[in-house]
Design a protein. Sequence first.
Lengths: 369, 374
Amino acid sequence: MMTTAYTPDMSLITDDVHPALGHWELPHFAEEHELPPRDGAPGQERVIQFREALREAMSEEMRRDQRIFLCGEEVAQYNGAYKVSQGMLEEFGEKRIIDTPISENGFAGMAIGAAMMGLKPIVEFMSWSFSLVAADPILNNAPKMLYMSGGQWGCPIVFRGNDGAGGQLGSTHSWCVEGLYANIPGLKMVIPSNPYDAKGLLKTAIRDPDPVFFLESERMLGDRAHVPAEEYYIPFGRARRVREGDACTLVSWGRPVNFCIEACEKLAENGIECDLLDMRTIRPLDIDSIVASLKKTGRVVVVDQSWPFGSVASETITQICEHGFDWLDSAPVRVNTRDVPTPYARGLEHAYLPNAERVVEAVLRIVEV
Amino acid sequence: MPRETIYEAKIEYLQILDEDGNLDKKLAKGSLSDEQVLELYEQMWIYRQFDEIAFKLQRSGRMGTYPQNKGQEANAAGSALAMVRGTDWVVPSYRENLAMHMHGMPYHHILMHWMGDERGNMIPDGVKMLPLSVPIGTHMLHAAGIGWAMKIRGEEAAAITYFGDGATSEGDFHGAMNFASVMQAPVIFFCQNNHWAISVPTDQQMNSQTVAQKALAYDMPTIRVDGNDIFAVYLAVKEARERAVSGGGPSFIEGLTYRLGDHTTADDARRYRDADEVEAWAEKDPLIRTRKYLVSKDLWDDEKQELLGERATKIVGEIVKAAEGVREPATAEFFDSMFAELPRDLAEQRDSMRTSSIGINPGQVGLSAQPERV
Ligand SMILES: Cc1ncc(C[n+]2csc(CCOP(=O)(O)OP(=O)(O)O)c2C)c(N)n1
Ligand SMILES: [Mg+2]
């Protein structure tokens, strides 16, 4: 009887990891002070909408790199259900701006395949609520690809769309997916709160070699602010200090940052100055900036527009306890949505969401006046 | 070794009442009686007024987004009549309001839903229906499950589920079809092919000549009918139901129709489709041809039409009054429908509605324990 010895071909196993990294030229990530000014010179402001900032980020990157394409429901012919991709079909043609059949599972999965073939898909979910029917590709495939291939196959892809209550869309269409999805290892999660950050963060997301979940809000797409025409990349994992103060640290991301700004203004009228941090990305989460602020204030309120149980707010507070316990003068407080499905009625939806009044109340409870 | 065709299939198309109101008497055998045609005409006509008013309510800020059903009434009416109210299950999407109504869902509930009140989804006693469903495709699986349960329980009944052409792209559609077929569940899959899925026309949604042929893969009896023809729709559903309740398993029906209105009130379809196309389909309107038929049989005249108009205005006025007359839901009530019995942590949230974080009792922060009412 003949036996054949098995001789493994070790040359197949290399340390040459993450081909995507080699293929994707990463931009220079500026420090906060190196970024273009957030406010235009008087009379020279370039005020555009949030949706235009997103479009600008995609278009600039697509002009530079032929491998990038945008796909999703209604993105081409209709210019996007929320007009984010307005005019992009005209500029980039139907090979790169692609209307898909109504099959989130289908186009998310196919885009992952395309990403592994060396393309860079930007996948638009009309709403993150609809990504639930694509759970396996976005949660079970994309974020695990690199790990499960022993570091060989990356999955450079951007999933983006509207997140959170869009205004009377009922419970099935008002998902805030960060609480659920941020739990998954292997993905990055970006939640901008304003047009300036939206552009810089989306450009970084598109250049990123890993899967990035980019969460926008239908309620902010029309927000207007100065956005520089020049190209800039905001690094992930760096919070921005929106307001300076020493009474209390306020931590938030995405739309509720705007509630916090409103709350800070009200509190300032009573002489209470808060340190407001806009996290910008929650994976990675810039805990260092939170702790640095806490050393000054000793108090913290976390504002999160998803459900309380096992939320990003809970995680943030856990990390605060792990890294900043010694500086806490009172128990951290969180402001979340109520623990019910998003109500449909206008008044109920408002009461369900975090808002400026609830933030003010939370701060007043822990600061010493 | 053979190399031969082992499977061949054909797709049948059925039209009984054409757009000029001419009826094919031979094909009409087993379809609608005169009384039934009259009933369906009135139902469709009243529905059309309801649909118009709903649209106006949205435009005047009294209602949220609303998807008009205009032009698709024959699919809803013909199929609803062929199913047995109170016995068969109806699992709708959002363009079958008339079918929901004919099976016992009060119109003012449908308005309440789109006005943003979950109580509009409450199903009256004795009505066998699931609430309308907007996530595309997911409800077809529920219909398959209902059919399967009916089979296990030995009920002599069937379920019908409605969905659009676009919905057939979803994986759930294929899951539901395969499941119902394997289980031989008494389910009727009714596709309202209205040519558009928001701005995407059917030929970009699929590369199949018909939607009906998708059922062939699951060995389901399948047919395409003129969906603006109540006779054809009724007959096809009636046959499918007979098959279903006698153990013949699921069937597929593609009702070819047209969305005469915008996708929803948030859409403006003029931006992506030709006025000519809409014009051409407006002439195939199910209401017009049904009326022509009734007039040709001396069953209808202008006077009757006028009376119906007056009746419809009154009925719809009352529907709106009923929907708007319902007490607005109070804020803390959103905890009421969470669990059979409210768990302690939620009770605390309810009681602390006026404080910010969970689990803080209002008493602890100097507030009264009254739940907030708006
Ligand atoms: C899972 C999911 N994806 C996307 C949407 C957004 N959406 C709502 S209606 C619609 C088009 C549906 O087209 P079709 O199935 O043909 O039904 P029609 O509206 O024409 O009746 C889309 C894409 C949704 N509601 N659910
Ligand atoms: Mg359709």
